[in-house]
Design a protein around this ligand. Structure first.
Ligand code: SF4
Ligand code: SF4
Length: 545
């Protein structure tokens, strides 16, 4: 394995201002947490006031009071609140982003060091799965919550039925909203409240307590395996289900039916993600399903996501995100200067400005100036080496892992005469290297001819390295990467897999056994799997000798 050497460092100035996109409760809390750490904050809210977008999760009366208090507090802490303002574009790197903010009249350019997306979710009433139209007597959970604030007395003495967890899997956030509304109706408006529920999720102290409070207030639950038959004819409502205990149909004729809502990622996330060059999850939230991104990081350094922008979550959890984002930002921006490594170099003389590196960098660390000058940001670059291995001109080199250094290590690994098969295992330092160390520490049997070549990310394993290993005398080659979704550089393992497939095709073309080259994924704690993979390769080589 390579010895660590000192990396060259330099000091750079960075901008301390922070942009928070989204002025809901979580956006306000995040802006305040960042301002409390001494950073100037710009808060851009697309709506007419800090608060909640009409399509997002609604607020109860108490939340509105909280929101007003928080807005005043935010203004008092010097946060610049820009209402009716949306992100129109972004460029640059952590510590030096340029953002364009558009309001009704103009587009203003600002410079910020970090960006936080405090997104909202979108809610969609689930009336159609039950064949219902939304009317004055069939309403959504959001409509109920608004009416409980605006005209609560209109509900006095009514029979109200909730239908929840039947058109979609149970969701604690929806369940909590139902519990709170049911309590208000039963406690203060003397309503008869019935809850038809499929998947009842109460797995927390608070939810258990709320559930018990509703029971104590006389709310009745019907736990069903499938949706009841609901009819809505000339304003008359009926809910019927077959009760398996008393073995007959049970019918209710409520005054009001409240349907739950699907909570989805905001459709605006896609546009925002494109502008900021950040990846979305498969369900449209602004954070990939990657353990290295939790809790608030995105694939780009300097851009963070909190609350509903990254997943459907409860307000307490979202407020914890706000604190985490503030902490990450203070680590990134510090006192306005930063010491960075200059370990990734780009040879402008070799560069043909093809922008392959710009397209493949998973961290958005590459940009250009004057349409001819490719630049790697030392703040954003994670030194994974994907760009270096994809560059057709070999113009990019990673300190400690330059092409010359890695090839030299390959040569040295296979140079000695050996009676046993020589196996070169290219190992990602985030997973396979540690798995290999574990196998050694636990004294697992490993092949004598095994040589580990450490790489910063499997995405650094160049096709040329694999072929060099065979040319220099390796009998077998392994490329060992992180599992999908665990790669620190999102797609480094996929780049490695494509290159292995290509190398196997080339080996087959010249009549070599493609089994001499194998790709596998591991986690850092999979020492015994590491041992199995390398021993299997040794067995294969022995059988085919
Ligand atoms: S991939 Fe290589 S040649 Fe292409 S722009 Fe990047 S550094 Fe230049
Ligand atoms: S080394 Fe990785 S993070 Fe750095 S510029 Fe290249 S691809 Fe991006």
């Amino acid at each position: 394995m390579m010895d660590k050497v000192n990396t060259e460092m330099e000091n750079i100035d960075i901008v301390k201002d922070v942009l928070v996109i989204g002025g809901g409760l979580v956006g306000l809390q995040t802006a305040k947490a960042i301002a409390d750490r001494g950073y100037p904050v710009l808060l851009a809210e697309a709506g007419g006031r800090t608060g909640v977008n009409a399509e997002s999760l609604p607020l109860t009366g108490a939340d509105v009071e909280q929101l007003n208090a928080m807005t005043e507090e935010a203004q008092a802490s010097g946060i610049e609140i820009l209402n009716n303002t949306q992100l129109a574009g972004a460029a640059g790197m952590p510590g030096d982003f340029k953002v364009w903010l558009a309001d009704e009249d103009e587009v203003a350019e600002k410079q910020v060091g970090a960006i936080v997306v405090a997104g909202e979710v979108k809610v969609k009433p689930l009336n159609t799965p039950f064949g219902l139209d939304l009317t004055s007597t069939v309403i959504s959970q959001t409509q109920l919550e608004s009416r409980l604030v605006a005209e609560a007395d209109a509900f006095a003495g009514k029979t109200v039925a909730f239908v929840v967890g039947l058109a979609q899997p149970g969701n604690p956030l929806n369940m909590e909203r139902v519990f709170r509304s049911a309590l208000t109706l039963a406690q203060t408006k003397e309503c008869s409240v019935y809850i038809y529920v499929g998947d009842l999720k109460v797995a927390s102290d608070q939810m258990e307590r709320l559930y018990m409070e509703t029971r104590n207030q006389g709310v009745l639950y019907f736990k069903l395996k499938e949706a009841p038959a609901i009819s809505q004819s000339n304003g008359a409502l009926s809910i019927r289900y077959a009760d398996p205990v008393i073995r007959k149909d049970v019918e209710l004729e409520p005054d009001l039916i409240v349907v739950e809502e699907a909570i989805e990622a905001n459709p605006g996330n896609a546009e925002l993600a494109e502008m900021l060059r950040i990846d979305l999850s498969p369900s449209g939230f602004i954070q990939t399903d990657n353990v290295h991104r939790y809790p608030v990081a995105t694939n780009r350094a300097g851009i963070f996501v909190v609350g509903a922008g990254r997943e459907v979550k409860h307000l307490n959890g979202a407020f914890m995100d706000a604190e985490n984002a503030a902490l990450e930002i203070s680590e990134l921006l510090g006192d306005g200067t930063k010491t960075v490594s200059t370990g990734t170099t780009l040879d402008a003389g070799k560069c043909t400005f093809c922008l392959t590196c710009y397209r493949c960098c998973p961290h958005g660390a590459i940009y250009w100036e004057d349409e001819s000058n490719t630049i790697i940001s030392p703040v954003a670059c994670q030194k994974c080496g994907i760009c270096a291995s994809e560059c057709p001109m070999d113009a990019i080199q990673i300190e400690q892992f330059s092409d010359a250094e890695v090839k030299e290590q390959i040569k040295t690994s296979v140079a000695q005469e050996s009676k046993v098969s020589k196996i070169v295992a290219f190992c990602c330092q985030n997973s396979a290297v540690e798995a290999g160390q574990m196998a050694q520490e636990f004294k697992m049997k490993l092949p004598q001819g095994l040589q580990i070549v450490q790489v910063p990310c499997a995405g650094k394993v160049d096709l040329d390295y694999i072929l060099t290993a065979f040319v220099e005398g390796a009998d077998g080659v392994l490329v060992l990467t992180c599992h999908n979704g665990n790669c620190k550089s999102e797609r480094g393992n996929l780049f490695a897999q494509w290159r292995v497939t290509e190398a196997q095709r080339m080996l087959a073309e010249i009549g070599m056994d493609a089994q001499k080259l194998r790709f596998a994924s591991l986690a850092a704690n999979m020492g015994s799997d590491f041992a199995s993979i390398v021993n299997e390769m040794a067995e294969t080589l022995k059988e085919n000798k």
